[in-house]
Design a binder for this molecule. Sequence first.
Ligand SMILES: [Zn+2]
Length: 380
Amino acid sequence: MWFNDYMIQQKAYKFRFYPTRDQIEQLNREFGHARFVWNHALGLRSKAYRRRGESINYVGLSKHFTHLKKQTAFAWLKDATASCLTQKLIDLDKAFKGFFQGQADYPRFKKKQHRQAVRYQLDQRIVASNYRAGEFLKLPKLGALAIKWSQVPAGTPKMVTVTKTAAGRYFVTFMCEVEIQPLEKTNRAVGIDVGIKDVAVTSDGFFAGAPKYSYRHHRKLKRAQRTLARMQKGSNHWRRQRLKVARLHEKIANSRQDFLHKLTTWLIRRYDILCLEDLNVAGMLKNRRLARAIADVGLHKLKTYLEYKAQWYGREIRIIDRWFPSTKTCSACGKQHAMPLHKRVMKCDCGLEMDRDQNAAINILTAGLAGCGATYPQAA
Ligand SMILES: [Zn+2]
């Protein structure tokens, strides 16, 4: 939504918090009940769909649970915050919509060991007495949370999500409406070649590298996983080791995300138009070794981050058809060459000698700007 020259956007703020013993107990109840609602509703929907080809929607499920709560056998459902349970039904509805539109896998049952989440809808009439940015947040049945505020959220949150990671850490995420100013024009356009050795190589010769965590952390993770596999399932040692594995997973995911955020913000600030190749991630995922590498650097996230940040800041992303031979074409004269993977340099009779990825990035830029009439300087 555009209002004059600024834009209203949903922005998420995430903070760690340290629950008290009572809060941990109540949160376990909230998570457990929410899990029950999700799994029970998923079971009902799946059965109805398989047996009768019917679709039970949110309204139907909501009625079902209202009825369920009135029965004494399910009275314990009232120990959880009602709005959190409602939100789970909404989530499930969204998950099914995503599935039917071909954008997501079939919804899965949730397990206790996985990441847990509940969402609270903040009552806007009394939000002032329960929330002050950077100071306090009180939630129903929990009271005030001890939040480690690393920044002060802008705007008033309508929703708050409480999560517990698989490693047992607690976070609270605020969804706030904030105004975002578009960035000033830079009159620069760029072609970006996305890859594994360098997550991004630009047409003007910037090599992003890859997140540095990978090697050392992965070795540690592998060792921890091997130890876990040797332990007796369900024992105390096993439980502790499983937590250790989960913590390492989280560490790797966090540093990856951090790397991608920094990189994408830098790119968005620097260029008005960013041209990318349409990544055939699904096709690449069929190659198992390649799939690991792609998951490691989070290539599909790179595109997502660029797209939403471009929207926030008034930049333009242009996606080039993935069948375009960006790697094989000489960016100086247009001649095509065989470029097997080990060939790191594009050498052409015309005299061009250039890193293969940068050469590809220049071709992506040329294709992105072709026919649009823009006069952007090409790579120097
Ligand atoms: Zn050439």
